[in-house]
Design a binder for this molecule. Structure first.
Ligand code: DX5
Ligand code: ZN
Length: 223
């Protein structure tokens, strides 16, 4: 199968949000990644369902909403109503993860679980069968523009192996410090979705960068 590119809107120019979303629409990317931060689970604060809805109104691509918030169950329906197509919560923020996954899917959205760099992929073994997506964080969540943590490459491979054994359909997403410099290695390791913030929005020609990210030759690696 092919792979997906999901630019992260966090790195956009919020004074020109409509312009940047038009660029997303015109590009060859697959999803728009939307980072929600509450100032508690992560040190930074971004925005909430109201701004997400504005994005939905302008964006023609599915919204991949990454909730970096405590007690995310409180906001699942709000983000679904705002137009989220995928809702991802953090393992570290969910004591009843199985229930949370079911609550997301009950709204009609796809359910994802994100893992901080310190959380082993084996923690998801018993929910992998029902999951739609696993997001492996390759930076500590909270900020764009951070350096890729190299060890996470092994986590992608490890998860790919566990997924094959369990026969799960969960997509493997990698988020943080991803760009043209490491995309090939990540795809080779088994990633299905590449999230890229700075690597897309901070380049001179984001449409062209997305095109390059979409055209990495992985046929020799993927089956
Ligand atoms: C980090 C966010 C990422 C971030 C990626 O907390 O979850 O999605 O926006 O940004 P870059 O690609 O710049 O690391
Ligand atoms: Zn994210």
């Amino acid at each position: 199968m092919g792979y997906f590119i999901a630019p992260s809107i966090l790195a956009a120019d919020f004074g020109n949000l409509q312009r940047d979303i038009k660029m997303i629409n015109a590009s060859n990317c697959d999803w728009l990644h939307v980072d929600i931060m509450d100032g508690k689970f992560v040190p930074n604060i971004s925005f909430g369902p109201a701004i997400t809805k504005v994005m939905k109104n302008h964006c023609e691509k599915p919204l991949d909403v990454h909730l970096m918030i405590e007690d995310p169950d409180r906001y699942i329906q709000d983000f679904r109503d705002a137009g989220a197509d995928v809702i991802t919560v953090h393992l570290e923020a969910c004591p009843h993860l199985h229930r949370t996954i079911q609550a997301i899917q009950a709204t009609g959205a796809k359910a994802g679980v994100a893992l901080n760099p310190h959380s082993p992929v084996s923690m998801l073994k018993d929910v992998l069968e029902i999951l739609d997506l696993v997001c492996i964080m390759s930076v500590n969540p909270g900020f764009g523009g951070q350096k890729f943590i190299y060890q996470t490459l092994n986590k992608v491979k490890e998860l790919r192996d566990i997924r094959d054994v369990i026969n799960s359909k969960a997509l493997i997403e990698i988020d943080g410090g991803v760009g043209l410099q490491n995309a090939e290695a990540l795809l080779k390791a088994g990633a299905d979705v590449l999230v890229a913030g700075s690597a897309v929005f901070k380049t001179e020609n984001p449409i062209q960068t997305i095109e390059k990210l979409k055209n990495i030759d992985v046929h020799t690696y993927l089956n």
